[in-house]
Design a binder for this molecule. Structure first.
Ligand code: SIN
Ligand code: FE
Length: 283
């Protein structure tokens, strides 16, 4: 079984069960659009040399990855802050039972064309994967992401969605190794992680890598293409939904973290599924 992309209305509530089932909720009409003055930000030259995204921390207003300065930087900061506020309002309305437990994470702007971009296999998001953060461990919390395609030329963002997490986890679990005691303290002491990497985080990183490096899996895994049209938005638990972004340019994304005990059914979380398969606690 693959994840399904399900249409969702701007005023709809009750998204929680659909998200927890591992589906993607798609808003044909986004809650967000770039304003006329912001259109000049829609260029890859807004990036600094090495970055593929502009990142923004809504709690401090700090931006990274951009070459913009002066007035252009303020315009960009304003657009990212507005996207962050509007996604938060949207998610609180769509997921009322999560509302008070969600923690706002980073915002990103992705102005580069994905297709044909050079990258290492590990960073190559055109390969099916689940999301896991190497430097910022989540300690079992869910990764909920809200995306908006703001392409001004009407180009879709082309994704593939893959098999459900239960199937994925069962397939790869035997290859996933729980880390040695002490490993997380070493990573933290070396400042490679911002907080301790839990066994859960270690297993999710391995799952991400084992999926991406397995060419046979990429070709033969259950999967479905889906093109998200320009001016539409979508959200999913990307730690659970196997996904790949094949082409597209100009996207905004907001990350939220959610404790598993805020879910309707935490047994559907990657944390509890991996704990069942590994028969041990992972955070
Ligand atoms: C990803 O999360 O893998 C990339 C999604 C995108 O940029 O469309
Ligand atoms: Fe991803």
């Amino acid at each position: 079984m693959t994840s399904t992309v399900r249409p969702f209305g701007l005023a709809d509530a009750g998204a929680e069960a659909v998200l927890e089932a591992g589906d993607v909720l798609w808003l044909r009409e986004s809650f967000f659009a770039a304003e006329v003055a912001e259109r000049r930000l829609l260029t890859p030259s807004i990036l600094d040399g090495g970055s593929k995204n502009v990142s923004f921390d809504p709690s401090t207003g700090r931006m990274g990855g951009t070459a913009a300065a002066g007035e252009a930087a303020e315009l960009l900061r304003g657009m990212l802050a507005r996207y962050s506020r509007e996604t938060e309002a949207f998610v609180r309305r769509a997921c009322p039972t999560y509302a008070d437990r969600l923690r706002l994470g980073r915002t990103s702007f992705r102005p580069a064309e994905i297709a044909g971009r050079e990258s290492s296999w590990r960073k190559d998001d055109t390969r099916l994967h689940v999301d896991s953060f190497p430097a910022t461990p989540v300690q079992g919390r869910r990764i909920l992401r809200v995306f908006a395609n703001v392409n001004p030329q009407g180009k879709p963002r082309a994704w593939r969605v893959g098999e459900d997490f239960e199937g994925l986890a069962a397939r790869f679990a035997p290859a996933l190794r729980t880390p040695l005691p002490g490993a997380s303290a070493v990573l933290h002491a070396l400042r490679l992680t911002k907080t301790r990497r839990s066994p859960y985080d270690a297993l999710m990183l391995q799952l991400h890598d084992r999926m991406k490096e397995d060419a046979a899996y990429q070709a033969s895994a259950p999967q479905m293409p889906f093109d998200f049209p320009a001016e539409s938005a979508w959200m999913a638990f990307t730690d659970q939904v196997s996904h790949a972004a094949m082409s597209g340019q100009y996207q905004l994304e907001q990350t939220f973290l959610l404790p598993v005990d805020a879910m309707l059914d935490e047994q559907r979380s990657p944390l509890r599924i991996l704990e069942r398969l590994k028969q041990r606690r992972l955070v």
